[in-house]
Design a protein around this ligand. Structure first.
Ligand code: HAM
Length: 480
């Protein structure tokens, strides 16, 4: 405040006595009066530097400046197009949910990775790590007509160890079918994943989908005499096979009451990648084996079997899956799972509701982007795309440019208007930077004649168009 007073001419009268007094008090001719008053101390002090703000978002979170948001929008539009073309309806749910929605007791990673806290009202809440429990809650409360096909594009949060394509926040395309018992529902979902892959330029040479059934694991465990109650937990543990040392896994399985011989049989069986081998072990009458065989047969009819592989080791880490499980992967094996899903007929039971057959998948945005980058399949998102950049060369002519901009917008075009008076060179550089297809120059000699000049940024061609009919001209030229 004092500094302000000293420099402000309006407050000079008030400030002067203070200055005079302080000058007198601290002049070298009066050395005894050496203690500075706090006001003068402030005058001489260097302003304290503010602690520099950390410019990174919290670890594992992402900013989306325009090029990255364009990339995300592109991905979402392919997800949406695939979903809508299969007659799925979009839904959403809150990003913050009650923690109890996720605290299943099966030892899943996802439960350990919750971003959870107590809100100001003392309620335990969590950022959603996945969408399926919210969907289940919503279906329980809204009781929609079945069967239903729903999709969503939620942002999910998991306190994960960060690796390529695994983050602490990700968007996850979710597609779920409720109310259908047969594996036609699984096939439709796998079909959608394939449709998406092909829409972004991937083929069966780049990606595949591994399929298994927890029914097989169930039959196997039953045959070995393992208690049914530990089925879900056993599946969650077996899923960790590649992530934790075998000895640690064995110890955890033993804690569930599974003995060494049973463990060896489970691990030996789950290495198989041939359904006939599994059929030999658990018997050809197994409903799970028959289901998988039928699934492969329908996929063959649809011509998508080339993407599929049977793999008995695919279990998926979520405890609620009860039947077929599947996982999309990159064939070079550089990345973690691209997508994962399966049947979860009993999830509602665990929330105290009645079971409804359900199957679905989640497909993250992070791994697929890495893969598309590796394959050179990502379009360039550096520049946006605008139909016209309108620019006035007359001093005071910006409003004419704005008026023309509005006229073009009413015809459905995207238009950027240069809102400041700038040089021609600047305007063209700007038009290039924003990805404008054409620049419309308003004013100058053409303006006097009731015309505008239009330059095509790609071909460099210029033409003169009558100002009155610019909208119609644009419709004609761009419609061509
Ligand atoms: P999930 O296997 O946990 O399943 O995740 C599905 C997909 O989400 C993964 O394959 C991956 O693409 C992506 N994803 C998961 N965690 C991360 C992460 N930390 N960073 C980046 N991407 C990630 C589920 O979430 C089930 N709720 C899916 C589902 C829907 N099942 C039935 N319906």
């Amino acid at each position: 405040m004092l500094l302000l007073n000293l420099t402000s001419s309006t407050s000079f009268q008030i400030s002067r006595p203070i200055i005079n007094r302080s000058l007198r008090l601290y002049s070298s001719s009066n050395p005894d009066l050496g203690r500075k008053s706090s006001s003068v101390q402030k005058l001489n002090e260097k302003p304290k530097k503010q602690k520099a703000l950390n410019l990174q978002p919290p670890k594992g979170m992402r900013d989306f400046p325009p090029p990255l948001l364009r990339q995300r929008t592109y991905l979402f539009s392919q997800f949406r197009r695939t979903s809508l073309s299969h007659s799925f309806s979009e839904y959403d749910a809150p990003v913050l949910e009650s923690e109890e929605l996720y605290t299943r007791k099966a030892g899943e990673e996802v439960t350990e990775q919750l971003y959870c806290f107590e809100d100001k009202g003392g309620r335990r809440v969590s950022l959603r790590p996945e969408m399926t429990p919210s969907l289940a809650r919503m279906i329980m409360s809204t009781k929609p007509a079945l069967p239903l096909k729903y999709f969503s594009l939620p942002q999910c949060f998991r306190y994960e160890r960060m690796t390529r394509g695994r983050r602490r926040e990700h968007y996850q395309w979710n597609c779920d079918i409720w109310g259908i018992k047969g594996i036609e529902a699984e096939v439709e979902l796998i079909n959608m994943i394939v449709t998406f892959f092909e829409s972004v330029g991937l083929s069966e040479n780049d990606v595949g989908i591994k399929v298994n059934s927890r029914g097989i694991v169930k039959d196997l465990l039953e045959g070995l005499g393992v208690r049914e109650e530990v089925f879900a937990e056993t599946c969650v543990l077996i899923d960790k096979l590649e992530k934790v040392p075998v000895e640690a896994l064995k110890k955890d399985l033993e804690e569930l009451g599974i003995n060494e011989n049973q463990i060896t049989s489970i691990l030996d069986t789950l290495v198989h990648k041939d359904i006939s081998k599994i059929s030999e072990i658990i018997g050809p009458d197994s409903a799970a084996v028959q289901e998988i065989t039928q699934l492969f047969s329908i996929c063959e009819t649809l011509g998508i079997e080339k993407y599929l592989e049977f793999d008995a080791s695919v279990i998926r880490g979520l405890s609620y899956y009860t039947g077929i499980v599947f996982e999309a992967f990159d064939r070079e094996g550089n990345l973690r799972a691209i997508a994962g899903g399966g049947r979860y007929d009993k999830l509602l039971e665990s929330f105290g509701g009645e079971s409804i057959p359900a199957v679905g998948f989640g497909f993250g945005d992070a791994v697929i982007v890495e893969l598309l980058k590796d394959k050179g399949l990502l379009p360039d998102f550096d520049k946006g795309s605008v139909d016209f950049c309108v620019f006035s060369i007359d001093s005071g002519g910006t409003s004419s440019a704005m008026k023309l901009g509005n006229e073009l917008r009413t015809k459905g075009f995207s238009v950027d208007v240069v809102l400041e008076e700038k040089k021609m060179k600047w305007a063209f550089k700007h038009a290039d930077r924003i990805g404008a297809e054409r620049v419309v120059i308003v004013g100058g000699e053409e303006g006097e004649r009731g015309e505008v000049k239009v330059k095509n940024m790609e071909s460099g061609e210029q033409e003169t168009v009558e100002l009155k009919g610019v909208g119609e001209w644009a419709e004609k030229i761009i419609g061509e």
